[in-house]
Design a protein around this ligand. Sequence first.
Ligand code: 6PG
Length: 244
Amino acid sequence: MIRKAQRVHRYVFANTTRMAADVARRFRLAAEAAIAARGSFACALTGGSAARTLYARLGRERLDWSRVHIFWVDERAVPETHEESNAGLCRRALLDCVPLVPAHIHRMRGEDAHLDAAARDYEREMVSVLGPERVLDLAHLGLGSDGHVASLFPGHALLGERTRYVAWLDDSPKPPARLTLTLPALFAARAIWFLVAGAEKADVVREVIEDPASPLPASRVLRGHAAVTWMLDRAAASRLRDST
Ligand code: 6PG
């Protein structure tokens, strides 16, 4: 599906320090606009290296954090205290450093023995906070070298999901088992930002951006969403035909 009037923006930064500063500034502007328009800002965070390198800088932004709701695009099947936990990573880098309302931190229950129930509950939580349409203002996505986003992996059956917004999988090529937003949830978000740094991502960035027939999960998101922004460091952008 290619939506009409698609807006794709691309920003390339000399290094991750500059990238983090700009991601933080744009995050503040997006939050201010959403709060002015609708009274709150709902953002789904990513895990992986993007969270590790970029999120500490977000906490220096002055904004009305009490109006911000934090969700996640995916979570690994571990408790929040585990070093693999995306929520734990974001908590250490960002959430513990800003005056968020604790009830506005909507964590996926990766520690739950019943991930199917945890996925259903998360979808209910999205409805209760975001309304029946479950529209996030913004979803951050890292990009795996294999083209996965959130926990949607190349060739996986979950890419065919049409109704559920939250799903679980125990056959992730990147262990452990996981909870993840699905393509319908990502398509429903008002904006998607791909946050990608590092030379090891250069080939997949080129495929996703330059190959209109790429079957990769990230390519599906790019083609199916109306408002995508790429934030890349120079190394990740280095194989693009136009890498400026
Ligand atoms: C996760 C992430 C995932 C991540 C990519 C890229 O839980 O792993 O949410 O989607 O963004 O795997 O991760 P790296 O940048 O660490 O390769």
